[in-house]
Design a protein around this ligand. Structure first.
Ligand code: FES
Length: 96
C-alpha cells in the first residue's frame, strides 16, 4: 500500500500557483506546508520556514488568515488587485 504524497493529502490542499507573498514569490501551498508539516504557529514561524513576509510585510494578513484556517484573501488592502493581480495596497495600475 502506497502512502499519499504531500500534494495529494487533503490537509495540504493549497494552490501551488497562487502567490501569497509577492516579494518572495511564496505560494499558498508553500505556506500551508509550513503550517501543517512544519508546525508553524505564527507569522514569524511561517516567515522563518518559507521567507514569506520578510520584506514589505503586506502578506502578513494573508498568512495570519491561513494560520486561523481561513482562506488567505481578506478583501481588504492586502488582497490582490482584481485588475493586475498585485497587492491592492501596493499596485499602481489604478484599477483597485
Ligand atoms: S508581499 Fe510578502 S513580504 Fe512583501
Amino acid at each position: 500500500m502506497s502512502q499519499p504524497q504531500p500534494s495529494e493529502s487533503p490537509i495540504l490542499q493549497g494552490d501551488a500557483d497562487t502567490i501569497i507573498c509577492f516579494c518572495e514569490r511564496i505560494t499558498e501551498l508553500e505556506v500551508r506546508t509550513a503550517i501543517v508539516v512544519g508546525k508553524a504557529a505564527s507569522v514569524e514561524e511561517v516567515s522563518g520556514k518559507t521567507r514569506a513576509g520578510t520584506a514589505c510585510r503586506a502578506c502578513h494578513c494573508r498568512i495570519q488568515r491561513m494560520l486561523e484556517g481561513k482562506p488567505p484573501q481578506c478583501g481588504g488592502p492586502c488582497s490582490r488587485c482584481d485588475a493586475c493581480g498585485w497587492i491592492a495596497a501596493l499596485c499602481a495600475c489604478g484599477q483597485s
